[in-house]
Design a protein around this ligand. Structure first.
Ligand code: ADP
Ligand code: MG
Length: 462
């Protein structure tokens, strides 16, 4: 079971880190700000105290100071009793002198006031539920002067500031989460498509390719995957074709054997019958000729089957190509003339010597020429030429016959594929096998109604 997807693995750690930074940073900023402000605040108040001391403002009415500086004043006697204050609403408990002295931490600050070290004596205290910063000054006769600065507004400001900062942080975290979710999805979606494609290929569906066109590593991966699928499909198709050929071969071999023997008996008997005086009537003779013709047709088919089924070893010899082709064409000359087909020969006078089995090549070439002839029932032009490129010699057979429909092109080499009433469909399958046994290949180009060009390619020997 998959627990965390790639997207979570990418997004989650960054989100946690970011959230930590986004929350801690404002809190630290608020603290630093408050600390700096406190310093400034203290210096300011010290300034005021200085002025108050130097101008002898002490003696004045504390209410005046209160209204001048917005501070509160408390004056304690040497026995910590409250001598005077600007605070008006002290609760009963805080009105209790001893308790108030404790609250004001007078006993605590007393030693420091008696032995001043140059630093102001300051304490944070809460009175009536309100925070104050208290600055202490010793007066004559052991009395104490306390200046209280209300801190409530500052504490409130700090709280508000903190809330603002945290709200912004939460907003930004949400935004970042959304964006990283989108980025993550963008990254992982193509991977999901790839995974689906892989699952499809695993079930043997090789026709549909993976539709990812991104120009990144995942795009490369998809391209490689598609290439792999295509290769897989090609080799699977080849395997099917080979299997089909093998089956066809086996079947053909056994059929051919079974048919050939009775066929020769039939041919012999028919020929014998033709000699009989009872059969000398033209009507009977005509029938017998038909029978013999049909027997010949069956024999051709059987021979095709046998050629196809019998994978004999190649009898290779280094030899020139032109004489072999000319021998075949010479055999067919009468046939071509009979069908009103004009032969145009364009053979290279000197093809490089190549290695081939002349019987098999003759067989292949003859099949191609026969197909061309059959494609031109009303006559036409048959061009036979040879060409040489870097590492191959090509035999081109071009006719201007009926041509081949595009949908048939893919099936031409399949055994038993034929469009002719008297065809075997083994001709081109044989041609292809012979050429491939030589390390060569066959190419067919055709336009329906215009003609066909068949090229037989043989490799040049090193
Ligand atoms: P067959 O000749 O017995 O039909 P082939 O394997 O030789 O079998 O040819 C298969 C089919 O390919 C033919 O039936 C024909 O439809 C087509 N074909 C082959 N060569 C040509 C050609 N030169 N012009 C038109 N069609 C062709
Ligand atoms: Mg044929």
């Amino acid at each position: 079971m998959r627990r965390y997807g790639i997207q979570t693995k990418i997004v989650l750690p960054f989100m946690l880190l970011f959230a930590l930074v986004a929350i801690v940073l404002p809190l630290v900023a608020v603290e630093i700000f408050a600390w700096k402000y406190d310093e400034q605040f203290t210096r300011e108040t010290e300034g005021w105290l200085d002025t108050i001391t130097k101008t002898g403002y002490f003696g004045e009415d504390p209410e005046k100071i209160k209204s001048a500086y917005s501070v509160e004043i408390m004056i304690f006697g040497s026995d910590y009793t409250l001598n005077g204050t600007t605070l008006d609403k002290l609760s009963d408990v805080e009105g209790d002198w001893t308790n108030l002295a404790d609250k004001m931490r007078l006993r605590e600050v007393k030693p420091r006031l008696e032995n001043p070290d140059g630093k102001s004596v300051i304490q944070d205290i809460t009175l009536n539920g309100k925070p104050y910063k208290v600055f202490y000054l010793p007066l004559s006769l052991g009395r104490y002067y306390c200046l209280l600065r209300p801190m409530e507004a500052i504490a409130e400001a700090k709280r508000t500031f903190t809330w603002y900062m945290l709200s912004i942080a939460v907003l930004v975290i949400g935004l970042v989460a959304l964006i990283s979710h989108l980025i993550g999805r963008n990254l992982t979606n193509p991977i999901k498509v790839l995974v689906d494609s892989t699952a499809r290929v695993a079930t043997g569906e090789l026709d549909e390719l993976c539709e990812i066109k991104t120009h990144d590593e995942i795009g490369d991966l998809a391209a490689a995957f598609n290439q792999m699928t295509r290769d897989l499909k090609q080799s699977r198709d080849q395997l099917i074709q080979a299997e089909r050929l093998a089956t066809a071969g086996k079947m053909s071999a056994s059929f051919a054997h079974e048919i050939r023997n009775p066929l020769s008996s039939m041919r012999m008997l028919a020929q014998m019958l033709m000699q009989k005086p009872e059969m000398a009537v033209e009507k009977h003779q005509q029938s017998l000729r038909y029978i013999l013709e049909e027997i010949e047709q069956i024999d051709t088919i059987v021979k095709g089957l046998m050629d196809f089924a019998r994978p004999t070893a190649l009898n290779l010899a280094q030899q020139p190509l032109a004489p072999v082709l000319q021998a075949v064409l010479a055999l067919m000359e009468a046939n071509l003339a009979h069908h009103k087909i004009q032969l145009v020969l364009d053979l290279l006078p000197e093809t490089p010597e190549i290695q081939f089995d002349s019987d098999k090549l003759k067989q292949a070439f003859m099949n191609v020429v026969l197909n061309a002839m059959e494609a031109m029932p009303q006559g036409g032009v048959l061009k036979v030429s040879t060409i040489v490129n870097e590492d191959m010699v090509g035999i081109k057979v071009v006719d201007n016959g009926v041509g081949i429909p595009a949908e048939d092109l893919a099936h031409l080499f399949e055994p038993f594929f034929t469009k002719k009433t008297r065809g075997t469909g083994l001709g081109l399958a044989n041609v292809k096998r012979i050429l491939e046994e030589h390390g060569g290949s066959v190419e067919i180009e055709s336009t329906l109604g215009e003609g066909t060009e068949v090229s037989l390619w043989l490799p040049l020997s090193e």
